[in-house]
Design a protein around this ligand. Structure first.
Ligand SMILES: Cc1cc2nc3c(=O)[nH]c(=O)nc-3n(C[C@H](O)[C@H](O)[C@H](O)COP(=O)(O)OP(=O)(O)OC[C@H]3O[C@@H](n4cnc5c(N)ncnc54)[C@H](O)[C@@H]3O)c2cc1C
Ligand SMILES: *[C@@H]1O[C@H](CO)[C@@H](O)[C@H](O)[C@H]1NC(C)=O
Ligand SMILES: *[C@@H]1O[C@H](CO)[C@@H](O)[C@H](O)[C@H]1NC(C)=O
Ligand SMILES: *[C@@H]1O[C@H](CO)[C@@H](O)[C@H](O)[C@H]1NC(C)=O
Ligand SMILES: *[C@@H]1O[C@H](CO)[C@@H](O)[C@H](O)[C@H]1NC(C)=O
Ligand SMILES: *[C@@H]1O[C@H](CO)[C@@H](O)[C@H](O)[C@H]1NC(C)=O
Length: 464
């Protein structure tokens, strides 16, 4: 390994941080690797497994106690049945199939996860939303989507960015005579917060060909035990001590020259560790609060600070007191296109374990587990009063919870107009740092695709 030389180009802030790094990490065990990967979700794990397969040494620094990020699975204690309450399916393409093959997981063509007959209810008062159903997107939506192929696998936008993409979705529907597509398109994109404010650009980026093929053509792969966190538990076994779980970076230095490398101070359950690497892959959500310890310079701060993630939570609940042969979906009684009000439960979906449901919840500001579960319980109490055949005395029991906040960071119309995505792409490799976390698309397979295209560039940077 080449010796790491420290350039003289560090800013004042970085040198203050450097003292901090050395202070907190004084005498700590040193872990020297080609590449440090921060975040062990879909993209971080993909990068780790593929880089290791290509003979590179890596270390993964993951905040939580497991790999997998949004892929959260709860195992029913009585039967061991896996209940996927985050990620629900993987797209069937070569990228996903090769990743599963590297992990020795056998996959087959699957089907869209079946959901029982939906009851559409306004969760704020428990009233049923009558005569409502969700059609598939029509030909008009597909025609609109096909006008913007550059939104399908990332956000490499034309310059200038077409103004129509910066309209809210409601404005876009109106302007392009697509109001017949309102219900189909408002009820599908996996977005957090207030969907009435979503920009057209993000609707097309999310409700893209991949997502539509999953639902409408069943282009899905499944593994034999249907535990969607299996790739990540297999990866953890394979990577072993190269993964630092329950660990966060508390300070960092990244030089401006390739030979400067990356130095991190990492807080782990077994004390502080110093990580010395040539390159850094940042796969956690790229928002300011996550990147602060890395000694951002002005250029990085200006770009990163314009992104904000959404607030999203998922959990498993049983003993709902509601008939177990339905799913319960939140819709607004009086709202435009019956869009559900926020904050609130998005839906309760049945699982393979009779009577046990998983639920999703979204809000406008970050909430605690207790806040989400209290509001979810109150919601169930309202539904018990109005749903036929419900038991008003049943006390819901919460089995699992996961915060997905900050989810899929987005920028404002003004920032996009001024070229924030061009700036994001230009940041790749800057100060030995590469970004793979969900900033440019939302689905796992598409994120793996973007990550796979970055890996040769990261490997080339090791040789400089
Ligand atoms: C509820 C839900 C359902 C979804 N369903 C699907 C689906 O069915 N199919 C699909 O393809 N996509 C789905 N997605 C989209 C999902 O975002 C992507 O599939 C993918 O998981 C994103 O990968 P990522 O690596 O960007 O983020 P993540 O998988 O979230 O990984 C980020 C990792 O970084 C860690 N981390 C965060 N902060 C820090 C820090 N400061 N330091 C260290 N580590 C940190 C996190 O713990 C996490 O493990 C779903 C998302 C959600 C929220
Ligand atoms: C997959 O199998 C190969 C060959 O048996 C083995 O070398 C490798 O470690 C396995 N990988 C995982 C992730 O289990
Ligand atoms: C729902 O549809 C039925 C049959 O089409 C109709 O009779 C009824 O009035 C409708 N109810 C509402 C609330 O629109
Ligand atoms: C939408 O329809 C109106 C009225 O029919 C028409 O004037 C307008 O040109 C249409 N707009 C688009 C973008 O097709
Ligand atoms: C659900 O169960 C109830 C009570 O057994 C029954 O009346 C209803 O028809 C069932 N609904 C469906 C969609 O199976
Ligand atoms: C990966 O992304 C590229 C565009 O960057 C796209 O052309 C290609 O079809 C994608 N591959 C797969 C397997 O999805």
């Amino acid at each position: 390994m080449k010796p790491i030389k420290w350039g003289s180009s560090f800013s004042f802030v970085a040198s203050v941080l450097a003292r901090d790094v050395h202070g907190r990490c004084q005498g700590a065990e040193v872990i020297t690797r080609d590449i440090a990967i921060v975040g062990g979700g879909a993209t971080g794990t993909y990068a780790a497994i593929n880089l290791k397969d290509q003979g590179k040494s890596i270390v993964v620094i993951e905040k939580h106690g497991a790999l997998g990020g949004h892929a959260s699975t709860y195992h029913d204690p009585a039967t061991g049945t896996p209940i996927n309450y985050g990620v629900q399916l993987y797209y069937d393409d070569q990228i996903g199939r090769s990743f599963f093959a590297l992990l020795n997981i056998t996959v087959s063509r699957g089907t869209f996860p079946d959901s029982k007959t939906p009851l559409y209810i306004d969760f704020t008062d428990g009233s049923p939303v009558l005569n409502y159903s969700i059609p598939p997107p029509g030909e008009d939506y597909f025609q609109a989507l096909h006008k913007y192929p550059y939104l399908e696998n990332g956000l490499e936008l034309p310059d200038p960015v077409p103004e129509e993409l910066l309209l809210t979705w409601a404005e876009y529907l109106e302007q392009f005579n697509l109001t017949d597509e309102a219900i189909a398109t408002y009820s599908r994109p996996a977005v957090s917060g207030d969907i009435t404010k979503i920009l057209a650009l993000y609707v097309f980026n999310n409700l893209n060909t991949v997502m539509l093929e999953e639902e409408l053509e069943g282009k899905i792969i499944v593994n034999s035990n249907s535990d969607l966190a299996e790739p990540y538990s297999k990866a953890l076994a394979e990577l072993g001590s190269d993964v630092l779980l329950n660990s966060v970076v508390t300070g960092g230095q990244r030089g401006s020259k390739p030979t400067d490398g990356v130095r991190l101070c990492v807080s782990t359950p077994r004390g502080n560790k110093r990580v010395i690497a040539k390159q850094l892959v940042f796969s956690a959500p790229p928002v300011l609060e996550n990147l602060k310890p890395f000694g951002l310079d002005e250029r990085e701060t200006n770009i990163i600070s314009q992104f904000e993630g959404g607030c999203y939570y998922t959990g498993v609940v049983t003993n709902l007191g509601l008939p177990t042969n339905y799913s319960y979906v939140n819709r607004g009684q009086q709202t435009e296109s019956h869009i559900a009000s926020v904050p609130g439960v998005v839906m309760f979906n049945p699982t393979k374990v009779e009577g046990t449901y998983y639920y999703w919840y979204t809000s406008l500001s970050d909430l605690t587990k207790n806040q989400v579960e209290t509001d979810t319980r109150d919601t169930l109490k309202r539904l018990q009063k109005t749903v036929t055949g419900a038991d008003v005395n049943a006390e819901p029991i919460f089995m699992a919870f996961k915060s997905h906040t900050p989810l899929h960071p987005t920028a404002s119309a003004d920032a996009i107009r001024k070229g924030i995505y061009r700036d994001v792409y230009s940041l790749q490799g800057y100060r030995n740092t590469w970004y793979t976390g969900s900033l440019l698309v939302t689905g796992s397979s598409q994120l793996w695709n973007i990550t796979s295209q970055l890996l040769p560039r990261i490997i080339a940077a090791l040789e400089r």
